[in-house]
Design a binder for this molecule. Structure first.
Ligand code: UDP
Ligand code: MG
Length: 338
């Protein structure tokens, strides 16, 4: 089997504090893999600057000048973690056989990348990194994250429990991911939809090496909401069901009122009337809000805005050489695949 070209994609948003350590660790991972002949010598890391406001990009340029493993991509504005990651994956797939995505903050175990590569060489197209224990996370983060996975599963969305965006993907899975034209990106929900032979590797998630989370609660909730409404119609079905039940109840209530009137009962029950008006009004508003959410998504999809705009590209010398040569990039033999 020809040694595959590996690219490690790292989205970076205001990561000047961790970047030197991240580059150091990933370089030694790539270096060791090349030494052991597990990946091609043209393997690199692609640092995607997601419109950082600090010195992240100038650091990337500096590392690129001194370290042949470092390549960079600068987005013209902050596109958000998912879009930044996608930009890196789509850029890297043109010259890579497999691509690993990892956060810049070193919470995910960089040593596990070797296991990813070994699994890829065994014939797996997708290798999911699964957090074995989240004791490093705060109680709040752990509880909300776990609740989120449970909710997603109960709503019928296929996601891997305790898997974020630390994974390896082969070139052909990325080629297929590109065909997903959606704008509401939730990659960990989209990747399992691809199929292909896949496996899991377990690791322990650590604390952020330096700096603070770029995912405050507000962004986390928006992300969770996006994940649910992009992948599941269960909430809107629930609203429909609720509407149906209320309709049946109101028929019964109407019959009761008419019979009461015919029997000449007093006009009592004003309280319950007012209450139900409020209740139904509330339910209607809730339903309208949810329908609006879906219509908002349709609107976004219809506009087909580009998710990211690339401003600059720093290429490794290996890539430039490859562009000049006409030989196609080596792809693992099909007979090795399961
Ligand atoms: N990130 C990004 N764009 C953003 C926010 C975050 O590229 O708008 C990157 C960030 O630099 C990091 C990764 O996404 O590499 C995950 O972010 P973070 O570690 O802050 O999230 P957490 O682990 O706290 O959920
Ligand atoms: Mg993090």
């Amino acid at each position: 089997m020809a040694t595959p070209i590996l690219t490690i994609v790292v989205p970076c948003y205001n990561e000047e504090e961790v970047l030197p350590e991240t580059v150091f660790r990933l370089s030694s991972v790539i270096d060791a893999l090349i030494t052991d002949n597990l990946v091609a010598s043209t393997s690199t890391m692609l640092l995607v600057d997601d419109g950082s406001k600090d010195a992240t990009w100038s650091l990337i340029e500096r590392f690129h000048a001194s370290n042949s493993f470092v390549t960079g991509l600068k987005l013209a504005r902050n596109a958000g973690h998912q879009s930044a990651l996608l930009s890196g994956l789509m850029h890297a797939k043109s010259y890579s056989d497999c691509v690993v995505s990892i956060d810049a903050d070193l919470q995910d175990d960089t040593d596990v990348i070797r296991e990813f590569v070994l699994k890829f060489r065994e014939g797996f197209d997708i290798v999911y990194g699964i957090r074995q224990d989240r004791s490093a996370d705060t109680f709040f983060k752990r509880a909300t994250a776990q609740g989120f996975y449970k909710l997603m599963t109960s709503l019928g969305v296929k996601i891997h429990y305790n898997h974020a965006d630390f994974r390896l993907m082969s070139k052909r899975t990325l080629d297929n991911l590109e065909k997903f034209q959606e704008v509401n990106l939730f990659l960990r929900g989209m990747v399992p939809l691809l199929g292909f032979p896949s496996t899991q590797v377990y690791y322990t998630r650590k604390e952020r090496f330096a700096g603070e989370s770029k995912y405050p609660l507000r962004k986390m909730l928006a992300f969770a909401f996006d994940g649910i409404t992009s992948f599941s119609v269960t909430p809107i079905r629930f609203v429909t069901l609720m509407g149906f039940v209320l309709f049946l109840l109101s028929v019964v209530a109407a019959l009761y009122a008419i019979i009461g009137k015919l029997l000449g009962a007093n006009v009592t029950g004003w309280t319950s009337l007012v209450l139900s008006v409020w209740f139904i009004g509330g339910v209607q508003l809730l339903a309208l809000g949810l329908i609006g959410e879906y219509i908002g998504k349709i609107y976004k999809e219809v506009k087909q805005r580009p998710l990211f705009v690339i401003e600059k590209v720093l290429k490794g010398s290996a890539q430039e050489q490859e562009e000049l040569s006409v030989t196609p990039p080596s792809i693992p033999a099909a007979s090795n695949r399961r």
